[in-house]
Design a binder for this molecule. Structure first.
Ligand code: ADP
Ligand code: MG
Length: 262
């Protein structure tokens, strides 16, 4: 059971898999499985990128034929620090120069490949990768056989990541992106099913009547994190402040006015 139905943490167990998410997950798993190198998950803040990355990371972590590393925030001082951070996650011995470190990684990847182990690196907040780090990913994607990449990258980032990759100077890496997945806002019916799903997980009755659902959707435009914040506040105001069992329009209005004022 999940304690807090409206928690904002990127817990993959609370994800409601919409058709859009299902197809994104399929595309990413396929890219990894087929060793096609690079795939990107893009979306505005609050759209579910971190949750999706954690879901995939958890899946592959549990498998013996995969070796995975998860970099939640690539705010490294330099491309060398980035490479070392990544090698450290994979237990690759650390070396004193970029060149030696890259060679060490290359040997490691060749060995994993011969053992039929696929190496996958998940990077969240990938819009923070600087130019040199993008270059170093491009260079790692050159480790390959005739048919397969020795290392796979899944980059999750805000839309500015796509804009960066579409710049002329990043043509080489952009052309290596096997698939982009863009996370869209939820439709009204998806939002309702997502809220029902989360209430079920918390084993509580659905506290939002239809008119409140409509008001929540209008205000949040289907962005999951905004939906959950509003749900949490409206629920809290109704139950704890007003002593109601379900969320009234009156409670919703109080919350809305608070939000609109700032
Ligand atoms: N499809 C979904 N079903 C349920 N909760 C979701 C869904 N998409 C996003 N969320 C929730 O919204 C919040 C924000 O998601 P997060 O993954 O942190 O977004 P991002 O990394 O894109 O900013 C999290 O609490 C997450 O669990
Ligand atoms: Mg995130």
């Amino acid at each position: 059971m999940i304690e807090d139905p409206f928690s904002l943490s990127p817990n993959p167990a609370t994800l409601f898999i919409t058709p859009g998410l299902k197809s994104a997950l399929h595309k990413i798993r396929y890219t990894i499985h087929k060793r096609q190198g690079l795939t990107c998950i893009l979306g505005d803040v609050g759209m579910g990128k971190s949750s999706v990355v954690r879901l995939l990371y958890g899946d592959f972590l549990a498998r013996e034929d995969y070796r995975t590393a998860f970099i939640p925030n690539p705010s490294f001082k330099s491309d060398f620090a980035f490479l070392q951070g990544l090698c450290g996650e994979l237990d690759v011995p650390l070396r004193k120069s970029y060149f030696k470190q890259e060679n060490e990684l290359k040997d490691y990847l060749a060995e994993q490949y011969s053992n039929k182990v696929n190496v996958v690196i998940f990077v969240d907040e990938a819009q923070k990768l600087d130019q040199k780090m993008l270059e170093s990913i491009r260079s790692m994607l050159n480790f390959e056989t005739n048919t397969a990449k020795l290392i796979q990258f899944v980059l999750a980032g805000q839309l500015e990541l796509r804009d960066r990759l579409k710049e002329e100077r990043n043509k080489a890496i952009d052309s290596r992106v096997f698939a982009y997945s863009l996370l869209d806002p939820l439709s009204f019916s998806e939002m309702k099913r997502m809220i029902v799903h989360r209430c079920e997980q918390a084993e509580m009755p659905l506290p939002f009547p239809e008119e409140v659902m409509e008001a929540i959707y209008e205000m949040t435009k289907g962005i999951p994190r905004e939906i959950l914040k509003l749900c949490a506040q409206a629920y809290e105001t109704s139950t704890n402040l007003m002593g109601e069992k379900s969320v009234t329009m009156e409670a919703f209005e109080i919350v809305r006015e608070d939000i609109v004022r700032v």
